[in-house]
Design a protein around this ligand. Sequence first.
Ligand SMILES: C[S@@+](CC[C@H](N)C(=O)[O-])C[C@H]1O[C@@H](n2cnc3c(N)ncnc32)[C@H](O)[C@@H]1O
Length: 243
Amino acid sequence: MSSDEPRFSYDEIADAYATAVDTAPFNALYERPAMLALLPPVAGARILDAGCGSGWYAEQLAGRGARVSGIDASERMVEYARQRLSRASYPDGAKPQVRVADLSAPLEFAASETFDGIVSPLVLHYLRDWRPTFREFGRVLKPGGWLLFSTHHPGTEAQRFATARYFEIEHVEDEWGFIGRVEFYRRPLMEIAESLADSGFMIERIVEPVPTEEFRREKPDSYHRLLRQPEFLIVLARRKDNR
Ligand SMILES: C[S@@+](CC[C@H](N)C(=O)[O-])C[C@H]1O[C@@H](n2cnc3c(N)ncnc32)[C@H](O)[C@@H]1O
């Protein structure tokens, strides 16, 4: 990351985010239903929630019988997730694990071939280069393990930021109604596909989510916009055995 790209942290906005996200229509009625629809079976599986935020996905996974480890770069977010997951426990009394960890660095807490699956909802666009992260995901996944992530839709983003450089990765800033100023990276669709392929993953499914009927009732204007311009892209990929 160059010095003209100050490092944005969710610590600055964690309270606002954690308070609003579970009922925010773009999450609760759009991104989350589409992600869960694509989630492979998780009962009895070991799952990494990479960028767990305030822990909604980790709680969902634990509720479906998964052994969950959550990680997030924001200490404040990890506090929220720990608080939420303190309610969850497995039949043997063990509890989901949540820790502070940076996805742009090696995942030193995890041995190779630990996890059956990784979810990373709305996180990767905070990283400029996805390859080191995907290589680490490949290392900590068991052979044939899956990666399910959501991110900003590259076409919609390119339009929103009126970019003249679609094919580059660009640092951008935005203002989100319910939390304020955020910074992240936009990238072309090809970069998403290539960074997976270069890191030993095969794309299994790509989904452009369709907003739910409940979303239409709550936000009719946004609903019609989303039918023209999907906000997110969801990818289910699998670790190749012959990497
Ligand atoms: C939009 S929130 C999504 C949180 C959660 N996955 C959800 O869907 O509710 C993005 C999360 O990514 C985390 N994040 C951003 N950069 C990260 C990094 N380099 N390593 C780990 N987590 C990061 C933020 O701290 C924040 O909690």
